[in-house]
Design a protein around this ligand. Structure first.
Ligand code: NAG
Ligand code: NAG
Ligand code: NAG
Ligand code: NAG
Length: 630
């Protein structure tokens, strides 16, 4: 990079500079996202304190976590691996490890604490100052290895509060705290607005890879949320401008478009080879225009398809990061290439590009949101997101932007489950036979809610009791009723039509739940008792036969002569024949009547036609009409 970059940096001052690898410390207004840390014990310390959410790890957006504060005996800065374990026994409160700021990067402290079994980390500031955000170390290859694996939340607390906590712990008191992220994301309405500041460059190493991985992973959820009208997503791209003094430099020429107005760093940070910053700006502009055009046609989610497809099909490594490749992606997605081209304008023009101008303006912070200086940056409901750029964590943050109970299904899906159901089934109802459970992991923690299983709704309190209700309920565990299969025939006491009801089927008696006993119709003299009858009980039924020529009629529970039956049958046949004959006769008569009528009609018409012109003949003079009346 050398002296050129150094002098440039000094020159820029407040100018929006963003470098993808962020080798240069970010300038601008940086808003610290706070969450509240509540001390619940000891009682003389009770109260709320601010803490700043770390920019890595996984904050429990939408949730809260209680724990016991532990201050390590040595390794206070947590820069070395801990020899002791802070893992708590199941059922005990999680450990909030208190560590001191300094000597090593924040992420390393949190990593060491996580490995020692801590559930969260509170870093005590070492100077009296307003809270800052603990960020990722930049360009630290050693750190890059473990940062992606940091999964516990962390927060910075101020020096005074930290010292108070240490004192309380040292005096042997049990110090309990509660870290609350419930208000970390405001929820002004039922739609969550979020924006991702991103970049099409795919050659900037770990950070670019992470961003792309995230885009691919998150695409499905993003599209679901957008299609359901639950969210409004806007992608953004950072550019900076070339200071006037350098407008004619080789560097600005290779990195900027529109005569130095919009620039991006060289992808390889080597001006002499490969792609130039300019190529990145143009592709960023194209992606912005893809979004604009897709948004206009009410399909803003197409942006996710374009960006992921472009990344897969047009990578810099394969020398395909160019317009031709981009156009083929646009075409295969059925997007309007003309409109996109028009939106992009001419990159060689010495004039503002309205789209990129808007992006530069948007980089400046407003309200509760600071300047955007770091890539990638995610902003949810106008608050900067802190934490890992990873599907589960981001979805959690977006979901916490919904009021409780208005969150869409994507927020309640398996993707962001908390796994609390694995432990003792979350204390919810569970059917011991079928393992159907009322426990549902959601990003807010587990809920006990009677499930919908195989299309059958369960109802109940969800904790101690759930019961299949309504249509199909007998399919589930036979509705909790008696059921038995013997010798190929099955009887069930479940009544589809009535909830709660188990009733032994006809031929059985019992409570319907545990047992139904076959009724012996023969010995109990329930049926087949006529003098000619001979009774044989079967399971769930009976068989009755009659002596001699007689036939058993079940409905009347009696034996009658076969002749009577036959006679009845004969009569029935006669009746049917008579009815059919009558119908045929009736039909024939109707046809006859109709034919006769049309025959007569035509006869009459023929006769009358001889005397007068009929309507069907045209141009009847009116006087002749009168004559005909006479
Ligand atoms: C981080 O996690 C990945 C996969 O879970 C694992 O392969 C890797 O070894 C972990 N890295 C460290 C430093 O523990
Ligand atoms: C996208 O469209 C919506 C309305 O359909 C509009 O409110 C929003 O501002 C548009 N976004 C951009 C970046 O044009
Ligand atoms: C239910 O869970 C138990 C224990 O986890 C297991 O042994 C059993 O096979 C499961 N039953 C079904 C129907 O999945
Ligand atoms: C099973 O059914 C067959 C004929 O369908 C019958 O012969 C046999 O006795 C029955 N067995 C029992 C145990 O009911």
């Amino acid at each position: 990079m050398g002296g050129f970059w150094g002098s440039w940096r000094r020159l820029l001052g407040f100018v929006l500079i963003v470098l993808m690898s962020a080798a240069i410390p970010a300038v601008g207004r940086f808003v610290v996202e706070k969450n509240s840390l509540m001390v619940t014990a000891p009682s003389d310390m009770r109260g709320k304190h601010d803490s700043a959410i770390g920019n890595f790890g996984i904050p429990q957006y939408g949730g809260s976590m209680s724990g016991t504060v532990v201050y390590p005996k040595d390794n206070h800065m947590a820069c070395d691996e801990f020899s002791s374990s802070f893992r708590t026994k199941p059922g005990a409160m999680p450990t909030f490890l208190l560590v001191d700021r300094g000597d090593c990067v924040f992420a390393k402290k949190v990593w060491n604490a996580q490995n020692a079994g801590a559930s969260a980390v509170l870093v005590v500031d070492n100077t009296n100052e307003p809270l800052i955000t603990m960020d990722l170390p930049h360009e630290d290859d050693e750190a890059a290895k473990y940062i992606l694996n940091v999964s516990i939340p962390s927060a910075l607390i101020d020096k005074k509060f930290g010292e108070d906590l240490k004192k309380a712990v040292a005096s042997g008191e049990m110090v309990n705290v509660n870290l609350d992220w419930r208000e970390a994301v405001p929820h002004p309405d039922e739609r969550v607005e979020y924006e991702l500041w991103t970049n099409s460059n795919d050659e900037c190493g770990a950070k670019c890879d992470m961003l792309m991985e995230f885009t691919k992973d998150f695409k499905g959820a993003a599209q679901l949320l957008e299609k359901g009208g639950f969210s409004q997503f806007t992608p953004h791209y950072i550019t900076w401008y070339c200071p006037e003094a350098f407008l004619l430099s080789k560097q600005c020429k290779s990195q900027c478009i529109n005569h130095g107005r919009y620039c991006a760093p060289d992808p390889e940070q080597d001006f002499s080879t490969g792609y130039d910053g300019k190529d990145v700006v143009v592709e960023n502009l194209r992606q912005l225009c893809v979004f604009r055009v897709a948004n206009e046609s009410k399909k803003p989610w197409n942006w996710w398809d374009y960006v992921t497809d472009f990344h897969i099909r047009c990578p810099m490594k394969e020398k395909k990061y160019n317009k031709e490749c981009a156009d083929s992606v646009i075409k295969s997605l059925g997007l309007d290439a003309n409109k996109i081209g028009k939106c992009m304008g001419d990159p060689n023009e010495d004039a503002d590009n309205p789209i990129l101008k808007e992006e530069q303006d948007a980089q400046i912070g407003k309200g509760s949101r600071g300047d955007v200086t770091i890539l990638p940056t995610l902003i949810v409901n106008n608050r900067q997101y802190r934490g890992k750029l990873e599907k589960k964590a981001v979805l959690k943050a977006i979901c916490s932007g919904f009021e409780e109970t208005t969150e869409p299904a994507a927020c309640l899906s398996d993707d962001i489950e908390t796994n609390e159901c694995l432990d003792n089934n979350g204390g919810c109802w569970k059917d011991k036979v079928s393992n159907i459970t009322a426990c549902k992991d959601t990003f807010r923690g587990r809920v006990c809610e009677c499930p919908l299983f195989n299309g059958v709704q369960f109802k109940g309190d969800g904790y101690s009791h759930c019961e299949a209700m309504g249509p199909g309920r007998c399919r589930i565990n036979n509705g909790g009723c008696w059921q038995e299969n013997r010798n190929g025939s099955t009887f069930s006491a479940c009544q589809e039509s009535e909830d709660h009801k188990c009733q032994c089927p006809p031929g059985f008696t019992g409570d319907g739940i545990k047992n139904c006993e076959d009724i012996d119709e023969c010995t109990e003299k329930k049926a087949c008792q006529c003098p000619e009858c001979s009774c044989k009980n079967t399971w769930g039924d009976y068989e009755c036969t009659c002596t001699g020529d007689l036939l058993y009629i079940k409905e009347h529970d009696t034996c009658i002569s076969k002749k009577v039956v036959e006679a009845r049958a004969t009569w029935a046949a006669v009746w049917i024949i008579l009815i059919v004959l009558a119908a045929i006769a009736g039909g024939a008569y109707m046809v006859y009547k109709y034919r006769l009528r049309s025959y007569m009609d035509s006869e009459i018409r023929a006769i009358m036609a001889q005397y007068m012109p009929l309507d069907s003949q045209n141009e009847v003079p009116s006087h002749s009409h009168e004559e005909n009346h006479i």
